[in-house]
Design a protein. Structure first.
Length: 346
């Protein structure tokens, strides 16, 4: 029977629902959600796959589940923001440890939707039975062979998915502050509960990048595993000036993450100006970051005149760099390009 597939075969099959960019589409996500309902074995195999890119796959339910990992004192503080998570059932899995792909922009969007919900009491925000699928310790009591039960569970999941993108009203300053604090809490939960990222995606808009609390940087120092396996870093900018918090974050990356193989630096997709003027501090941290890497094989950047220092840092990657993509109005003649002996020409 399909439900009795060998664990390694089942895991490989389900992993193939990932597309070539490492992302799910809506149909794949729905399929994986259904797989968690087959039986306990399928649930154990499927759940880590479904939660590796949380803010893409299951953003409709992930925030309250993650918040359940907070300590009691922090849960009490959440009441100040109107967020009540009392009497929440114990989590079946360590969900934060499954996260591999973190997109800060999607995290913020998810948090803003959650903050905008009319009532942020978990018991009233979602159906209890849907939450029990994620958190109950008694899944063996659910009869997965009963057709009616399975249909009810699928209907519940479909109802939750239909409410994944409720309309967002204009946020006032208090709501923005709450969203930023909630985003920091989620980062803290990830860092302190065993998350090891593979991909980090950041849109570096000054007005959008959330202020990072000092305790997050302290927690990063104490939990080096968070960035230790990072392989891909994508940065999108609209100003050429990174916030002080982002610069501190990149400097933290330099200390613990030296095996990144792909770095992309581009304008945000809605950006329309002809040039970006990068400030010296931003250029300096980018050059330092490139020099710190040992296995950088792909660099994709929108080049500007001020990038000479960043390009010169590529000399440190002459043994590893295989693909160099430069775009923009000012493509340079890189006289040292021949030293990058592994770079493919096209």
């Amino acid at each position: 029977m399909a439900s009795e597939l060998l664990p390694e075969i089942l895991e490989k099959t389900l992993n193939n629902l990932y597309d070539f960019n490492g992302e799910f589409n809506e149909i794949d996500t729905s399929s994986l959600r259904s797989c968690t309902l087959v039986n306990w074995h399928w649930c154990k195999v499927t759940t880590p796959i479904l939660w590796r890119d949380t803010f893409l796959c299951i953003k409709d339910v992930c925030v309250p589940v993650y918040l359940s990992f907070l300590g009691e004192n922090e849960k009490i503080k959440l009441r100040e923001y109107g967020i009540i998570i009392d009497h929440y059932p114990e989590a079946l899995f360590n969900y934060p440890s499954f996260l591999k792909h973190l997109d800060i922009d999607r995290l913020l969007d998810t948090v803003r939707v959650y903050v905008n919900l009319p009532e942020k009491n978990i018991k009233e925000t979602m159906d209890d039975l849907t939450l029990s699928i994620l958190t109950t310790l008694n899944m063996s009591e659910i009869d997965f062979n009963d057709v009616t039960t399975l249909n009810n569970l699928r209907n519940l999941l479909n109802n939750v998915r239909q409410h994944a993108n409720p309309p967002i009203k204009e946020m006032n300053e208090n709501m923005k502050d709450t969203a930023n604090k909630l985003a920091n809490l989620l980062l803290k939960i990830f860092i302190e509960n065993g998350t090891t990222l593979i991909q980090l995606n950041i849109i570096t808009t000054i007005s959008e990048f959330p202020p990072i609390q000092s305790e997050i940087f302290h927690s990063l120092e104490q939990n080096g595993q968070f960035f230790s396996h990072l392989q891909e870093l994508f940065l999108y900018t609209d100003s050429g000036k990174f916030s002080n918090d982002l610069i501190m974050l990149l400097r933290s990356l330099v200390k613990v993450s030296t095996n990144i193989h792909t770095l992309k630096l581009r304008e945000t997709h809605w950006y329309r100006r002809s040039t970006i003027n990068y400030d010296p501090q931003t250029l300096d941290v980018l050059a330092v970051f490139i020099r710190s890497q040992r296995k950088l094989s792909k660099l994709d950047i929108s080049y500007e005149k001020s990038f000479k220092g960043v390009i010169s840092a590529l000399k440190s990657q002459e043994n590893s760099l295989q693909e160099l993509i430069l775009s923009g109005q000012y493509i340079p003649r890189i006289y040292g390009i021949k030293r990058l002996r592994n770079v493919r020409s096209s």
